[in-house]
Design a protein around this ligand. Sequence first.
Ligand code: GDP
Ligand code: MG
Length: 188
Amino acid sequence: MIDRTLVIVKPDGVYRSLTGKIISSLEDTGLKMIASKMVRPSAELSGRHYAEDEKWLNDVGNKAIASYKEKGVNVTETPREIGMRIRQFLIDYFTSGPVVAMVFEGNEAVFVTRKVLGPTEPRKADPSTIRGRYSSDSYDLADRNKRAVKNLVHMSEDREIAEKEIALWFSKEEIVSFSRSDEEIMYK
Ligand code: GDP
Ligand code: MG
């Protein structure tokens, strides 16, 4: 099924000049970039992007707790409290510099984008992914330095979230409809 996803090169990705490589890695799979812009996100936009969604706060908190437990660290905070702390780190991270926001469309765009860019913690991400190849950052180092994990990119979690995030970052007029010259060969 053809779907769309939001990809954002975070400030560390822009500062490290990795935007081109990130775009290429997605275009190489057949995904089509249908919108793009460089912005310095305001705290307001960043706060709306990382909305206080209960499921997300708990999921992020639980993921962090699992990684602390792996290291034998005792956790007293609730998943939601950890989620809220990470949310603030993320807003600080997003407002710290320029980002490049893009929409990609294609077969299973949400799924394929997450596969190509890799899982959240670069230390564990496979070196064939963008996060694993261009970073070694870890939850541990990020938490010690009181910041978000610098994992170069944001990408939507699922189709529903993708549509909400696309609407937050782009107006309808900023999204372009066109065919890649190889769509016929790839999809028909
Ligand atoms: P993603 O969808 O793979 O980006 O991961 P999530 O949606 O779960 O988390 C959003 C972002 O929060 C991640 O990309 C990281 O930058 C940051 N993050 C997630 N978990 C942690 C954590 O345990 N500690 C810190 N410091 N940052 C985290
Ligand atoms: Mg996420």
